[in-house]
Design a protein around this ligand. Structure first.
Ligand SMILES: [Zn+2]
Ligand SMILES: [Zn+2]
Length: 313
C-alpha cells in the first residue's frame, strides 16, 4: 500500500505514528539505506599489534552518523571509512571501560578542530558529563590558545551530554528510535546494549555482556545483532602470555560471552543476521573465522558474519 499524502505528512512530524502504520522499506522520507560499519572489533584496552582496532561501531541512518563507543583509534577509523570528522553527530557509550570511551574527548576535539562541526549529542551512563568536562580541562591550554590565537569557536558549546541510569528510550527523531537495555558486565553495573529501529532496518549492539537472556528479548526480531564474543582457548593462551593476569581470566569469564551463548541469544532473539565483534582476544591471528563461529552455529541457524574492521553490513 502506498502511503497517502496525509500519512506522509503525519509521518514527517510524528515518527512514532509513522513507524507503526507505514511500510518500513522504501518509505520516501528516508532516502539513504541504513548502513553499519565496524570501525574497531578488538575487545579490551590494549592496542592490538595487528589487524583490529579498539571497539567502535558506526551506524549511518539517512546519512547521519551514530557512533557507538569510542575506543582508541576511532577518529582514524572514521577517516579510513570515508567519514569526515566534522560529520560526527551522535555518540553512544555502552559503559565506561576505557576500550569503549578512551577516545571520546579526542574524537569530539577532532570534530571541532576539523572545522564547521555539527552539534554533537552524546548519550551514556553516569560519568559521561564529568568525563567530557575533564577532557576540556585536560586540553584547556590548547583550546584557550586556539580560541585566542586562531579565532576558533568555543568547543564547550559543541557537545551536549545526556546521561541515563536505567533501561528505556534514549533518543527518538524522524529517522530512528534508539533504546537501551541493561546488560550483565560485572563489576560494572551501568552497562547497556543499544537498539536502533530505523525505518528500513533494526540493529542491536550488545555492548559488553556475559550471557544475558534479557538481551534476547531486547533484540527480538532485529535485522542485525552485533554481539561481543570471547573464545576460551584463546583466553587461556592470552593469560599465559600476559604478566599480572591472574584475575584477568576470572573477570573475562564473568563479564563476556562464549560463542555457544552468543548463538543462544541470537537464536532466542530470532535475528536475521548475527555479526560477531568485540573479539576477546582480539589480536590472536591464529584464531580462525571458523573457530569464532563454530560454537555459535550449534544454536543459531541464521547468517553469521565474523566481523572485521571497516567491514560494512
Ligand atoms: Zn570492552
Ligand atoms: Zn567492558
Amino acid at each position: 500500500m502506498k502511503p497517502t499524502r496525509r500519512q506522509f505528512l503525519t509521518a514527517a512530524t510524528s515518527f512514532s505514528i509513522s513507524y507503526a502504520v507505514l511500510p518500513r522499506v522504501g518509505f520516501g522520507q528516508q532516502k539513504k539505506p541504513t548502513r553499519i560499519i565496524l570501525l574497531g572489533t578488538k575487545g579490551g584496552p590494549r592496542v592490538g599489534e595487528t589487524g583490529r582496532s579498539n571497539p567502535s561501531t558506526l551506524i549511518l541512518i539517512n546519512d547521519v552518523t551514530y557512533v557507538v563507543d569510542c575506543g582508541y583509534g576511532t577518529s582514524k577509523q572514521l577517516l579510513t571509512a570515508g567519514i569526515a570528522l566534522n560529520r560526527l553527530r551522535y555518540i553512544f557509550i555502552t559503559h565506561h571501560h576505557s576500550d569503549h570511551n578512551l577516545e571520546l574527548g579526542a574524537l569530539v576535539y577532532n570534530a571541532w578542530i576539523t572545522g564547521l562541526p555539527a552539534h554533537i549529542d552524546a548519550y551514556g551512563p553516569p560519568g559521561l558529563t564529568q568525563m567530557i568536562r575533564d577532557f576540556f580541562n585536560y586540553q584547556k591550554f590548547d583550546i584557550d590558545t586556539r580560541i585566542e590565537d586562531e579565532g576558533r569557536s568555543d568547543p564547550h558549546n559543541l557537545i551536549t551530554s545526556h546521561e541515563f541510569d536505567k533501561a528505556g528510550m534514549v533518543l527518538t527523531n524522524d529517522d530512528v528510535k534508539i533504546s537501551a537495555c541493561m546488560v550483565r558486565h560485572p563489576p560494572i553495573k551501568q552497562a547497556y546494549a543499544y537498539r536502533f529501529d530505523a525505518k528500513d532496518r533494526s540493529i542491536v549492539i550488545s555492548g559488553d555482556t556475559t550471557y544475558a537472556p534479557e538481551l534476547a528479548d531486547f533484540a527480538k526480531g532485529a535485522d542485525v545483532l552485533v554481539h561481543e564474543v570471547m573464545y576460551l582457548p584463546g583466553i587461556d593462551a592470552l593469560v599465559r602470555r600476559l604478566p599480572n593476569a591472574k584475575r584477568l581470566r576470572e573477570h573475562l569469564m564473568a563479564a563476556h560471552t562464549l560463542p555457544e551463548d552468543v548463538g543462544r541469544i541470537a537464536a532466542q532473539a530470532d535475528v536475521k543476521t548475527l555479526v560477531l565483534s568485540h573479539f576477546v582476544p582480539g589480536d590472536d591471528a591464529s584464531i580462525t573465522d571458523e573457530q569464532w563461529s563454530e560454537g555459535v552455529r550449534k544454536y543459531f541457524k541464521g547468517r553469521i558474519v565474523v566481523g572485521k574492521d571497516l567491514m560494512e553490513i
